[in-house]
Design a protein around this ligand. Structure first.
Ligand SMILES: Cc1cc2nc3c(=O)[nH]c(=O)nc-3n(C[C@H](O)[C@H](O)[C@H](O)COP(=O)(O)OP(=O)(O)OC[C@H]3O[C@@H](n4cnc5c(N)ncnc54)[C@H](O)[C@@H]3O)c2cc1C
Ligand code: SF4
Ligand code: SF4
Length: 428
């Protein structure tokens, strides 16, 4: 059960209309009319609706799109969620609700607006035109990168050729290399400082605020699938206000990272215990069927992914996208070690990729060189969607706590959401 609203009558009306639409089993693409209907009547405090329905219910994935789309900065962001510190400044534009990926699916015309490149084939992980194993040719990039350094190489090339003026990505905290923070990178040095993956949640897109304030554009954005979705909803919200226009005009390349799940901050302490080392000695984490950890002295140790998964972020249940289906280019670490599994999805993605390939800053190998990569992509994408309704229809965090099942990965396969006949085991 969603916590009851204690708000003004219009917010209550929107909430009741929305709940009725969810319950009716009708077309999810209609859900947004629960709040869009109020626009012609002067709008309403969507911030209250969003906070009750998504954040208080523990359904927020932390993508930060409500924060970065708000034209009057109603929200701060902390602990992977928005905080409405200036709710009274709300101008009733309703954008924060319209861009939340947990409240609704993207509008049907999104695929047309994104401009998928032909032949746009969808084999269960989003439309794409072609794929390669790719890597940076510059060893200095590869040394710092998570896999083949394609994300960093594409960004550096785009910056140095003037295709973009800034890249919104994730840096590390000065005192903890496994915790991310947003950064607006404007040169090679800054992009390289951000290379590699942090497996905790990093609210990269908060750096859009700095880009907008400092008028840095055009921009590339790097993010996990929930951030890519939030970005697309901000660009293509049907409520065409100044903010959506700005993002549509100025965010010209979106690089999406494949993602099964992220992990809690607490997971880092537990990982240290599992490996028998101080948490501060963990220099890099990579997940390759097992957890591969590089320590500060270069030693590599591995441990069980099954055990580490106990510390997956519960919020990752509210996400059914593995391959960053709405990115211009999707990037992952499956398949060949030291190479990035690269899917070019849109015309914009193709232009950026081709330009970097042509300039010799990346090199490629066919996906057929290691067919396991494609098999894994198909399997992991299908697993992430199996039996799952839209996140808006999923149980709240408190309901899951009451059921004793917080693991996002198994809730719909072995847990309370599994099809009848599959026995529930303990998934906390
Ligand atoms: C939380 C998380 C889960 C992932 N899960 C999978 C998976 O299940 N399967 C798979 O194949 N690949 C997964 N990846 C992607 C993989 O780790 C690599 O990011 C990808 O292969 C690109 O490698 P690269 O060498 O080209 O990138 P690099 O050149 O090293 O650049 C990596 C970029 O990622 C950004 N970044 C780092 N940490 C984060 C973060 N926490 N959130 C958002 N952006 C970040 C950096 O700012 C940098 O720009 C995951 C990544 C993250 C962050
Ligand atoms: S999921 Fe994203 S848009 Fe929705 S409330 Fe959370 S941070 Fe905001
Ligand atoms: S699993 Fe989904 S919600 Fe969780 S970090 Fe990855 S993209 Fe975001």
């Amino acid at each position: 059960m969603t916590p009851p609203l204690k708000r003004d009558p219009v917010t209550m009306r929107v909430s009741a209309r929305y709940e009725a639409m969810l319950d009716s089993g009708g077309d999810p693409h209609e859900w947004a009319y629960a709040w869009r209907t109020e626009l012609n009547r002067g709008g309403f405090r969507a911030v209250d609706f969003l906070m009750d329905r998504v954040v208080a219910a523990g359904r927020c994935v932390g993508c930060a799109s409500c924060v970065t789309v708000c034209p009057v900065d109603v929200f701060e962001y902390a602990d992977e969620a928005p905080i409405p510190t200036r709710a009274d400044a709300c101008v009733l534009c309703v954008l924060c609700a319209d861009v939340c990926p947990v409240l609704r699916p993207a509008d049907r015309d999104l695929d047309d607006l994104l401009g998928y490149r032909d032949p746009a084939e969808d084999r269960g992980f989003g439309a794409y035109a072609y794929g390669w194993y790719a890597r940076a040719t510059d060893p200095a990039i590869r040394d710092r990168a998570q896999d083949g350094g394609v994300a960093s190489a594409l960004l550096i090339h785009a910056l140095e050729t003037g295709r973009i003026a800034g890249a919104v990505l994730g840096d590390v905290m000065p005192d903890d290399s496994q915790i991310g923070r947003p950064r607006l990178a404007r040169d090679r040095h800054a992009v390289l400082a951000c290379a590699g993956s942090r497996y905790t949640y990093s609210p990269n897109t908060l750096a859009l605020q700095e880009a907008m304030r400092s008028k840095v554009a055009p921009l590339a954005v790097v993010g996990v699938p929930c951030q890519v979705d939030g970005m697309r909803l901000q660009q293509h919200s049907s409520i065409r206000l100044e903010m959506a226009d700005w993002y549509r005009s100025n965010v010209t390349l979106v690089l999406g990272l494949f993602c099964s799940e992220a992990f809690t901050h607490e997971s880092l302490d537990r990982l240290g215990e599992m490996l028998g080392v101080e948490r501060g000695r963990i220099a890099n984490i990579n997940i390759k069927g097992k957890v591969v950890v590089r320590l500060d002295d270069g030693e590599v140790r591995t441990t069980s992914l099954k055990r580490y998964r106990e510390f997956a972020r519960p919020a990752c249940l509210y996400c059914v996208d593995y391959g960053a289906e709405h990115a211009d280019i999707g990037l992952g670490g499956i398949g060949l070690d030291g190479w990035t599994f690269t899917l070019v999805r849109t015309e914009r993605g193709h232009e950026a990729f081709e330009a970097a390939l042509h300039a010799g800053v990346i090199e490629v190998r066919p996906l057929a060189d290691e067919p396991r990569g494609m098999m894994l992509l198909e399997k992991l994408s299908a697993d992430k969607k199996a039996n799952r309704p839209h996140p808006a229809r999923m149980p709240s965090l408190s309901e899951r706590r009451a059921q004793g099942w917080l693991d996002p990965k198994t809730y719909y396969t072995k847990g309370p959401g599994a099809p009848a006949g599959v026995a529930a085991e303990d998934g906390t």
